[in-house]
Design a protein around this ligand. Sequence first.
Ligand SMILES: NC(=O)c1ccc[n+]([C@@H]2O[C@H](COP(=O)([O-])OP(=O)(O)OC[C@H]3O[C@@H](n4cnc5c(N)ncnc54)[C@H](O)[C@@H]3O)[C@@H](O)[C@H]2O)c1
Length: 445
Amino acid sequence: MSSIRRYAVCGLSARGLASFVLPILGLTDRTADGGFGYGSDEDDLSGYAEVVAIVDTDADRVAEFNQALQRLGRSPIPFFPPTQYDEMLATVVPDAVIVTSPDHTHEEYIIGALRHDVDVVTEKPMVSTAAAARAVLAAERSSNGTVQITHNFRYPAAHRKVKQLILAGTIGRITRVVMDYHVDLRHGASYFLRWNRRRSLSGGLQVHKSSHHFDLLNWWIGSAPDEIFGYGALNYYGPASPHRPGGELSVGELRAKDPYFLAQQESGVFPTDDDSARAGLFGLHYPGQYPGSRPLYLYDAEIDIEDTYSAVARYPSGASLTYSIDFSSTWEGFRVSIAGTHGSISLLHGRTVDGTALPASDHITVSELFGPTRVIEVHPEAGGHGGADPLMRRDLFTGPSPESVELGLMATSTEAAYAVAMGDALTQSIATRRPINLAALLDLS
Ligand SMILES: NC(=O)c1ccc[n+]([C@@H]2O[C@H](COP(=O)([O-])OP(=O)(O)OC[C@H]3O[C@@H](n4cnc5c(N)ncnc54)[C@H](O)[C@@H]3O)[C@@H](O)[C@H]2O)c1
């Protein structure tokens, strides 16, 4: 029997292509692979996996990709619209599905696969609401299939080092954690030019983006919180933005006067092809998702999510978390400080918008309460997301490494459900001004 696992990919997204489809096809050299390569030779997963189907709403986008494969002498990958998902599972019989579609669609693909006892690898956030997370946990309990979640933010070298220090007991029992997160104006604006800007599609940035951070924090702390409370607002984008040029302007006219565009027009974040479907990573178009007839812009009325929020959470151990983020900062990264009964750990990871590392970025400071303070410099590794993606892919496709097992690097579905529930509960708390119980939201109390 072949040891190559057969995967169906749901959502031919930028992430799906870069992180899964191209490495599985062994297309790792962008120059040699007609612009479609991603990664390096070490990313070649063709000896372990095969893509046997693509499920997407956009037949034209998949056709464009298949044409590119044929130009490279490769076979096209069979395409199925979402209406034929069940049929695909029954006839193609993949060993597993990889879910890389917009967040609100994950629930349907995960639960559909579990009904066929098929394993799932899904992008974060596992799903876009706490109710959907509850449904996935229930479906997994009654299936022979399993769900693995790609919480790659656990994998950067500095994050693994912090986990090692905590597990070694360096700072004792954790008492409080503070994370101050910044998404720079280039990256931040990008969320408001894509599907992510609608809560019904992404769960808001509290789920879409902060699930990364909540999962990392919970993993470091070693448990999930029981309650969360917060405040938030839309301060930078949307119709009431202080940066929106006045008057009734077309997108083209807005751009000409818009400070975000003028500051970042070379960055590639701002789509300029208004008359044709938007092109994304690898030049592949999105005629379904972003047709030329409907250019999205930063100040559109349909933006219904917050771009700034702060939260406080309480853990069963008595530890507390303070977390704050905005999506229009002058730098990208975070400061985190973890205090324990016997000392503290702090870490800064940050770059200015032009990519310059902040002074003391990627240095971990470890202070023992009655002992010395030492600084550990950590070097980001090669590969996507500071070396996180290649390591995570190895765990997913070739089996967990000894370090992964020791640190518990691979997120479980319950851990991923909590990361989603924290984001959803934070949104609820912002709306109701009340603290929200998380176990109750997930039906785990
Ligand atoms: N772990 C990470 O670091 C990371 C980074 C980026 C994105 N992501 C996640 O990856 C996923 C994809 O995000 P992206 O920004 O790359 O997406 P994208 O916008 O590039 O692509 C979305 C794709 O899904 C297709 N699609 C839309 N509705 C669909 C449906 N109902 N069924 C199937 N396909 C559908 C679109 O046609 C398009 O091909 C999201 O869940 C996102 O949160 C994770």
